[in-house]
Design a protein around this ligand. Sequence first.
Ligand code: DAH
Length: 332
Amino acid sequence: MDRVAAVDVDALERDALAAIGGAGSADELDEARVRYLGRKSELKLALREVRERERGMALNALREKLEQAVAAREAELRRPREDPTFDPTLPGTPIPRGSLHPLTQARRRIEDIFVGMGYEIFDGREVDSVYYNFEALNTPEAHPSRDPQDTFYVNARAVLRTHTSPSQIRAMERHGPPVYVASLGRVYRRDTLDATHTPIFHQVEALAVDRDITLADLKGTMQEFATAVFGGQREVRMRTSYFPFTEPSVEFDLSCYLCDGAGCSVCKQSGWIEMGGAGQVDPNVLEEVGYDPAAWQGFAWGLGIDRIAFNLHGMPDLRLFWENDIRFLGQF
Ligand code: DAH
C-alpha cells in the first residue's frame, strides 16, 4: 500500500486533535505540532505525494484544521490563569471627575450670551502698550490711573493691561464700522489682596458701534445680558459716572438676584448690586481710530467677571478663586 492510501484521515484527525488539545504546556504543544504537522509527519509526507484530487483536498482540509487547533491551543495556553480571588461583580474604584474652574464656567457662559446676541469674541493682549491702555482711550498723561502705584509697568511704554478697554481700540482698528465685539480676559492692578480685591481679575468688555446707537441701546443690551447671566427678571439701573473714554459715562447696578430688591446681606440692604462701568463711546476715541463720530456712535461697558461669578455663587471671599483648594473647586 502506498503512503497516501495508508493514511486513515479520520483516525489521524482524532489522534492529532487529542494530542493538541491535551498539550499542557508550550513544549508539549510543540511536540504535538512536530509530530502531526512537521515536515516528516505522516500528513505532510502524504501531501507531498498525493496525486488524486479528492484525496488531496481531504488531506489539505485536515492540515488546515490541525493548524487552527494548534493556534487556538497556543492562545489558550498564553492566557493568564484565572485568579480565584477576583470577583468581577464587585464595584470598581470610583475615578473622581474634574470640573471647570468657576471663573472659566462664568467666562464661557458670558461668551455664549454674547455670541447669541451676534457679537464677535475678540481677544486683546494682556501686555499692551501705554498707547492702547491709556492714550487711545482718551486718558491723559496726568490721569491717576496711569500712576505706577496703580499700574504694573513692564517698561516705560508697556503695561500689564489695567482693563479690557484697549480691546475696543484693537477691534475697531481691525474692523471698519459697524463693530459688535466682546472681549474677555485677565486684567492687572496694584491692589492689596483682600476679600474683595485681587491684583489679577477678569473683565468682560462689550463694544457696539453702529449708526444711531444711544444709551437706550446700552440699557436694553445690559438688561438682556443681566437676565441671561443671572436668570429671572432682573432690573438694571444707571447712575451717572465718569470715564475718560465715554461721554456720557454711567455705572450699572443690578437688582439683587437674592432678595429681588427687598434688601439682604448680599446687596447690603440696598436692593442693588454694582455691576461696573459703561457709557457712550467718546467721540475722541472714535476719531483716534479714524471713525467719523458724526456718522457712527457706540456704547461700551466693562464688567468684572470675578464679581459676576462671586455673586452668582454667593461667595464670601474672592481669594477662593485663586487658592485652588480642591474642596472649594470640587463644588462646581
Ligand atoms: N475700563 C473701565 C474699568 O476698568 C470700565 C469701563 C467703563 C469699561 C466704561 C467701558 C466703559 O467699556 O465704557 O474701570
